[in-house]
Structure formats: C-alpha cells, structure tokens
Design a protein around this ligand. Structure first.
Ligand code: APR
Length: 230
C-alpha cells in the first residue's frame, strides 16, 4: 500500500472561518508577530499573549471541520498508514476524525509549562487565566511554538515526510521555516500535490501538480481521484 503524507497550513481551515496569516486581512495584518508570538513578547507582556491565544481558542472551538478535513479522513480510512503533519494549532483534523497527526507549531487546546516545552496540559473551554501554574510549579503559557523557538517535532516530521510515496500539501504559503523545508525531505520519486488557490513558494520543485482550488473543492476532488486509482 502506498504511503500518503498530508502536510497542511492555515488554508485548510480558512473555509471553517479561521483566518490565514498572510493573505489580505490575515492575522498578521491585524496583529504584530513581535507583540504576541515571540518569546520576547511573552516576557514583555504575557497577558497580551494569553488574551490573543484565548481569542484564537474561542474561534477554534466555534469552528467546524470543512469538506477538506473530512476528505482527508476519508482518504485515511482507505489508507490507514496516512499521516498528517500540520502547522495549524487548531484541532479540526482531530474533530474530522483523522488520526496520526503531528502538530509542528503547538496546539491551541493545550497549555504548556514555561520550563518544559513538551510538558503540556489540556485546557477545558476557551479561557486561560493568566497566572495559573503547571504541576511543575512554572507559569502556564499557551502551547504554541513562538517565532524564534525550536520546533520540537520537526525531526519526527522529516522522518514521516521521507516515507511518503504521495505527499499532499494543502493551504500553506511555504514561507515559514523549518516547516516549509519539509518538502525537501521527500523521496526523489515521491508524487507531490499542492492544493492552494494562491501561489505557494514551490521553487526547486519541478514535478509538482498544483491544484489551484480552495481546499474544500480541491481536496475532495484529489481524494476522489486517489481512491479511484487505488
Ligand atoms: N484553501 C486552501 N488554501 C488557501 C485557502 C483556501 N480556502 N485560502 C487561502 N489559502 C492559502 C493561501 O493561498 C496561502 O498559500 O493558504 C496559505 C496560507 O498561508 P499563510 O497565511 O502563510 O499560513 P501558513 O503557511 O499556514 O503559515 C505558516 O506561519 O504565522 C505562522 O505559525 C504560523 O503555522 C503558521 C505558519
């Protein structure tokens, strides 16, 4: 059985109502990364970071998986070894019923110890109260990989990418590293599909099929094709 790896970015959740980062009116047009998503920001104004991610958590919990998330689950049911690597902090792949998901940039439904990047706890509901502490005694912060911090699951993601016969990229501008470099870890003969209405940075990749559609249209279409040719 062919091994399929799906690599997603904010675009897969755009039609669920969660804004992307770099499209017009994206999150980073309305907030400054330096104010809410760096370690310095956390040290300077942790309350603002907590407030920003509380809002993201509220939006995530109110959102529903869309046709793209559901189509990926359908594909995984036919290819149980399928793995998902996501840059997204939302839980819409999980709520669509997908399994084997590696989150590169953290998970909004969890908090982590300030001391240990992998010591996470589940948060019930949308609201983190600033000042709450982890069982290890340190301050709890959102479980988000801030800009400038290491990406703890990146080497695991590279290993997963290197096993793919089919690598499907959905809704990412491919500008944030190291995540964007995952494509370079695929096998030379892996078949790469990209579903994105925009123009992600695919320089250096010749044999890529770019399906220039929104995720809710392009992903079900691609999944139908792959299932037909299984
Ligand atoms: N369907 C599919 N793709 C879409 C859709 C849609 N409906 N709408 C927009 N897109 C595409 C855009 O064309 C763009 O290529 O989604 C991509 C969004 O790019 P970014 O906003 O840069 O998001 P992403 O690549 O996921 O960002 C990477 O940056 O800020 C950090 O940590 C954050 O994980 C995030 C990382």
């Amino acid at each position: 059985m062919k091994k399929i790896v799906v690599f997603t970015g904010a675009g897969v959740s755009a039609e669920s109502g969660l804004g992307t980062f770099r499209d017009s009116d994206g999150l980073w047009e309305n907030y400054r990364v330096e104010d809410v998503c760096t370690h310095e920001a956390w040290l300077r104004n942790p309350e603002l970071c907590v407030e920003f991610y509380n809002a993201r958590r509220r939006d995530t919990l109110a959102a529903q998986p869309n046709a793209a998330h559901l189509a990926i689950t359908r594909l995984q049911q036919a290819y149980p070894t399928l793995e998902i690597i996501t840059q997204n902090i939302d839980n819409l792949h999980e709520r669509a019923g997908s399994k084997n998901i590696t989150h590169l940039h953290g998970e909004i439904t969890k908090l982590r110890s300030e001391r240990d990047e992998l010591a996470t706890v589940e948060l019930q509901g949308w609201e983190q109260h600033y000042g709450d502490r982890h069982p290890d005694g340190s301050l709890l912060r959102p479980y988000i990989v801030f800009f400038g911090e290491g990406v703890p699951y990146f080497s695991k993601a590279c290993e997963i990418a290197s096993t793919a016969d089919i690598f499907i990229v959905i809704g990412t501008s491919l500008v944030v590293y190291p995540a964007a470099s995952l494509l370079h870890y695929t096998k030379a003969d892996a078949k790469i599909y990209v579903v994105d209405p925009g123009q992600p940075d695919l320089s250096g990749f010749n044999d890529v099929e770019h399906i220039k559609e929104k995720a809710s249209v392009g992903v079900p279409m691609l999944v139908d094709r792959l299932l037909l040719n299984k």
